[in-house]
Design a protein around this ligand. Structure first.
Ligand code: PAF
Length: 294
């Protein structure tokens, strides 16, 4: 029977009791609007945990655009049903007032890794993520926590935070789940109008182009990025936030030549179409060239 727990104290009590009973706890942090990608993270957690907790909390501090926060899909009943079907043991649905009490002024901030890519265009975003993930770890006390690899930088930042602060949590990356046409699943996809939805395919197509170039021996950073940008520019309803090649561990820009496995990270910003269909939506995706594809 799935339990829905609302308060931090109740979750901690549950977690303490299960840990004392020798059971391993897996945490899948989410902001709800669950899709098959989230459910694959639940599966992944299940591989190394006896009990799986899903947290559902739309974290205000990681949004730097109030409209994005307000418009973020909130479908709690559907999410609870999806968790029940997936065999989740506990869903934690905390309230903002509990996680950010009046006057809250403590932040967890990972310097360096948080700054490029999404950090450049969304100031404060990762500080919000690492702060809330710390709070989730402290409340759920998981042995293992699973995050999607679609948010490659987020995963890197959380791994660094976990190591630096000494959280006794194993952080696992779950493979990106895609629609059959290649679009990476995202809670934001529901906001795409039909034209933007079709044009969003340029993202996975450009990743595939880069992978093919790399596989056939191309090592010029400029040539790979030129081909990627050319493909992305066919998405006329979007602007390119970034399309960059970086080293996958420190996220530093690569030089003129790519060497071993290299991260290609992309963010496209779509605007509502001329007929007002859809909304402004930012999509991200990535691939580590020269490694097993995700
Ligand atoms: O990836 C997300 O959905 C969020 O950034 C997370 C990790 C749940 C923190 O709010």
């Amino acid at each position: 029977m799935m339990r829905v727990i609302e308060t931090r104290a109740a979750l901690q009590t549950w977690s303490d009791a299960e840990r004392a009973g020798g059971r391993r706890i897996g945490l899948v942090p989410t902001m709800g609007a669950l899709h098959a990608g989230h459910l694959s993270l639940v599966e992944e957690a299940r591989l190394s945990a006896d009990l799986v907790v899903v947290s559902i909390f739309v974290n205000p501090t990681q949004f730097n655009d109030a409209k994005d926060f307000e418009g973020y899909p909130r479908v709690m009943e559907d999410d609870l049903a999806a968790c029940r079907n997936a065999g989740v043991d506990v869903v934690w649905t905390p309230q903002v007032e509990e996680l950010y009490p009046e006057g809250a002024s403590t932040w967890v901030d990972v310097a360096g890794l948080s700054e490029p890519l999404c950090g450049g265009n969304r100031p404060g975003h990762f500080r919000g993520v690492t702060t809330i993930v710390s709070k989730l770890f402290l409340a759920a006390k998981p042995h293992v926590a699973v995050f999607g690899q679609k948010d490659f930088q987020q995963l890197a930042v959380i791994r660094r935070m976990t190591r630096d602060l000494g959280f006794d949590v194993e952080v696992v990356g779950g493979a990106t789940v895609r629609e059959s046409d290649g679009l990476a699943l995202s809670s934001r996809n529901v906001h795409l109008g039909p034209v933007a939805r079709e044009q969003a395919l340029r993202i996975s197509e450009s990743l595939a182009i880069a992978e093919r170039m790399f596989a056939s021996g191309e090592r010029s950073t400029a040539s790979i990025l030129e081909a990627v940008r050319k493909k992305l520019s066919e998405a006329t309803q979007a602007t390119i936030d970034y399309a960059e090649l970086r080293d996958p561990s420190e996220l530093e820009l690569v030089g003129d030549e790519v060497e071993g496995p290299t991260l290609l990270a992309i963010a496209l910003q779509f605007t509502a179409d001329a007929d007002g269909l859809g909304a402004d939506v930012r999509l991200i995706d990535n691939r580590v060239l020269g490694s097993a594809a995700t």
